[in-house]
Design a protein around this ligand. Structure first.
Ligand SMILES: NC(=O)c1ccc[n+]([C@@H]2O[C@H](COP(=O)([O-])OP(=O)(O)OC[C@H]3O[C@@H](n4cnc5c(N)ncnc54)[C@H](OP(=O)(O)O)[C@@H]3O)[C@@H](O)[C@H]2O)c1
Length: 266
């Protein structure tokens, strides 16, 4: 199976490296189209013969074409590759906000899988939500899922609108976690820890809490109850969060991301 990745920036490289590390794709079957030499120079895993800086006939030979350029670069790219792309070719887009219909129209193709990965894909801990146009066969969807799962876990959704919801939850999600972590780190420093100690305390607390949660059936609320004894320190903090309606504020933030994702895609 020949795979072509178009755009070898953060995500394109992550995909290339994950496919090769998992041995799901061999270096001979992996092709890159990337206009920036700076980017391709750092891709030593792929032989120079498989790396192109201009569109050409190699595009027509790929079984799967992965679009990993910035959404604003897609119209120009579409014009460049349209003469080479065949109607039957399967295209996987990871571009945020570009609808399947628009990809089909701009490339003159029939079948598109669209996915929304997130940053931890870089370390094999990504979360990807994906959907597809009509005409993509089950067998092909499994192939795409196998490819995507080399970067972490994935969920298939029937309704393309759920990709906007996924953008707001798992796509942007790592930034919300860092936001909460940063607030805790700054507070720890105010309480007297050095910056490095504060970071260690907070990092390890997040990691421990998530792993514990993953290894058990308890819900987040049940875990909160386990940590917070009546009249204790955790309860004091949670009472303040509740009084300030922190969870409502978080919901408002996530819906702002959701609405923005819908706006960008319209
Ligand atoms: N980063 C994330 O966490 C994340 C998460 C979910 C989805 N995504 C999506 O993933 C896509 C890629 O994001 P990224 O962060 O990897 O972007 P990036 O680092 O900018 O990589 C895109 C690469 O594509 C190259 N490129 C642009 N136009 C091209 C063309 N016509 N032909 C060949 N190469 C071209 C760019 O070169 P130049 O730099 O020279 O323009 C750049 O090296 C975006 O659509 C984004 O929405 C990213």
């Amino acid at each position: 199976m020949k795979i072509l990745i178009v755009g070898s920036g953060n995500m394109g490289k992550t995909y290339a490296r994950s496919f090769l590390a998992s041995r799901f794709v061999t270096p001979q079957d992996l092709f890159i189209l990337e206009k920036s030499h700076e980017q391709t120079e750092t891709l030593s895993e792929i032989s120079g013969g498989n790396v192109f800086d201009k569109p050409g006939l190699f595009i027509s030979e790929a079984d799967v074409v992965i679009l990993a350029v910035k959404p604003q670069d897609f119209p120009v790219l579409a014009e460049q590759i349209r003469p080479f792309i065949k109607r039957w070719q399967l295209v996987l887009s990871i571009m945020a906000g570009i609808k399947i219909e628009s990809i089909i129209n701009q490339l003159g193709i029939n079948r598109v899988v669209r996915c929304m990965p997130n940053l931890p894909a870089q370390i094999g801990m990504g979360m990807t939500v994906f959907t597809s146009s009509a005409g993509v066969e089950k067998k092909e969807l499994f192939t795409i899922q196998n490819l995507v799962n080399t970067t972490g876990k994935s969920v298939y959704v029937e309704d393309e609108n759920m990709i906007d919801a996924a953008t707001a939850i798992s796509g942007s999600g790592p930034a919300y976690v860092y936001y909460f972590m940063e607030a805790m780190i700054q507070t720890a420093i105010k309480m007297g820890f050095s910056p490095s100690e504060a970071e260690l305390l907070v990092n390890q607390t997040f990691m421990g809490a998530v792993h514990l949660h993953n290894q058990n059936e308890l819900t987040c609320n049940e875990w909160i109850k386990r940590v917070a004894s009546r009249g204790g320190t955790t309860e004091a903090a949670v009472k303040v969060f509740n009084a300030l309606s922190v969870s409502d504020e978080i919901e408002a933030g996530l819906f702002a991301a959701y609405n923005r994702a819908k706006e960008l895609g319209s």
